[in-house]
Design a protein around this ligand. Sequence first.
Ligand SMILES: [Fe+2]
Length: 279
Amino acid sequence: MTAAVAAAAYLHHVELMSADPARLAAYYERAMQMKAEPFDGGRFICRGADRTMLIGRGADKQLGFAAFACRDAEALAGIRRHVEAAGGKLEASPSPLFDDRAFAVRDPEGNVLVFGLAKVPAGAPSRDIRGPLQHITFGSTDLNKMEKFYVETLGFALSDRVRDETGRMTTCFVRSTHEHHSVGMFLKPEAGLDHHSYEAGEWTTIRDWADHLGALHIPIVWGPGRHGPGNNLFIFIKDPDGNMIEISAEIEYVRDRPVQEWKHEPYTLNSWGPAIMRI
Ligand SMILES: [Fe+2]
């Protein structure tokens, strides 16, 4: 049942909340090459090549929702059936960017996930630096419950886990496409948004992002490095609200392989050395 819906939905857009949506939108316009415009309900919409974000008014560093687009109506219906069969509670979609077949579900820690069909594609052909929106991660105080929800209720596939020396799970990665993770979860003292990520594809494209960011005097706050799970190269920057933004490349394509278990240590998080340990 799990494999039936994996590869059925990709991260299409996210809504970030901010006490100053205009300032945050202006930052994403500069840093992430996304054209920012006022949108409905006092929000802003930021659009770039294969990357779309809504910015609503609210508390800083809060996720409004993460919205996953399905490739077609059949795939969307499959996820809906899966959620209903698993006893998941469907809610109305808060996304204005999906059509009326969309629905939302809430994970055990209150993160709102939307599944639907995009009214317009996430992006159009562009000469901007490549970086489709690719994954989102959460802090979690109960990873076992979160893993169970993502795998059993949503039908995402489990890619990797990280465990500490006592056997406690400290990180969990699940996927809804062939890419190693669409959602990552880190054991932290508090649940909530951890970071979101854009997939540049190739190392040289991370170079182009770093050149672009350097020209804007936007500092890299972590990396370059390579994650163990997912094998992706990365740099991180931080937006003015304090949200961490990842630009990644070479993320592993997972087809058929067993779930791997990694040791909880800095070199798992960054095989090149310095790591931002969540716990
Ligand atoms: Fe990430």
